[in-house]
Design a protein around this ligand. Structure first.
Ligand SMILES: [Fe+2]
Length: 155
């Protein structure tokens, strides 16, 4: 078994996703949460932010949606779950928990600008959705995605 606090978070998320009733729901959860965790690491490395905390935020950012099957109010609900889960794991400082929980609470508000870590999570979410869909570009997030393509382009 891999060690470390990121792995501890992933084991907790896996345990929740395993309870989902069908393969489709489990696949959506694994692909999106692990995917956002990885796009968050990419953006954190690019922007000089903490890659481990970015990975953790990605893993937890939509957890309430998958646990309840209902996306209503999921940013706040997932933020609350993240606080509980990270406190239970016990190896995250209060500042780290605050940073992650705040970013999760803000992540659905993509039309507004928040702090660098909040924006990182929003952009990671947009990037994973767009990479996974391959072709669609939701009008509400198209400008974020195109800015990300510019940001990540080799120069
Ligand atoms: Fe998401």
């Amino acid at each position: 078994m891999a060690e470390g606090r990121l792995e501890a978070v992933r084991e907790r998320v896996d345990a929740d996703l395993e309870k989902l009733p069908n393969l489709w729901a489990r696949r959506c959860g694994y692909v999106h949460l692990y995917g956002v965790s990885e796009t968050a690491v990419l953006l954190a490395a690019r922007r000089g932010l903490d890659t481990e905390l970015a990975a953790v935020a990605g893993m937890l950012h939509d957890l309430a949606t998958y646990k309840t099957g209902d996306p209503t109010g999921h940013a706040q609900a997932s933020s609350h779950l993240a606080r509980e889960l990270l406190a239970e794991i016990g190896s995250f400082s209060q500042n780290e928990i605050e940073l992650i929980a705040t970013a999760i609470a803000h992540h659905s508000t993509k039309e507004k600008l928040h702090g660098p870590f909040d924006e990182l999570l929003k952009d990671a979410d947009v990037l994973q959705h767009r990479l996974h869909q391959a072709r669609t570009d939701a009008p509400s997030t198209a400008s974020r995605f195109h800015a990300l393509v510019d940001e990540l382009a080799f120069q």
